[in-house]
Design a protein around this ligand. Structure first.
Ligand code: ZN
Length: 66
């Protein structure tokens, strides 16, 4: 099977890791030639943050903290 070479690198817009062979590694990258996304770690973290923001319990906690 012929494998097409992908020019666009996928770069995590949070930690700036680059997807290489299904792994996310840190390496220098030209952002203009890259497509931005989330690596699994930052994606999960972002989802968790959104969930926390939508969690009314945390809202109460924040008020208590103030
Ligand atoms: Zn990331």
């Amino acid at each position: 099977m012929k494998q097409e070479k992908i020019r666009m690198q996928k770069v995590c817009c949070v930690c700036h890791k680059v997807k290489v062979d299904n792994q996310w590694i840190k390496k220098p990258v030209n952002f203009e030639d890259s497509s931005h996304g989330y690596c699994p770690v930052c994606y999960g973290r972002t989802l968790a943050v959104i969930r926390e923001m939508n969690n009314p319990r945390l809202d109460k906690q924040a008020r208590v903290a103030m």
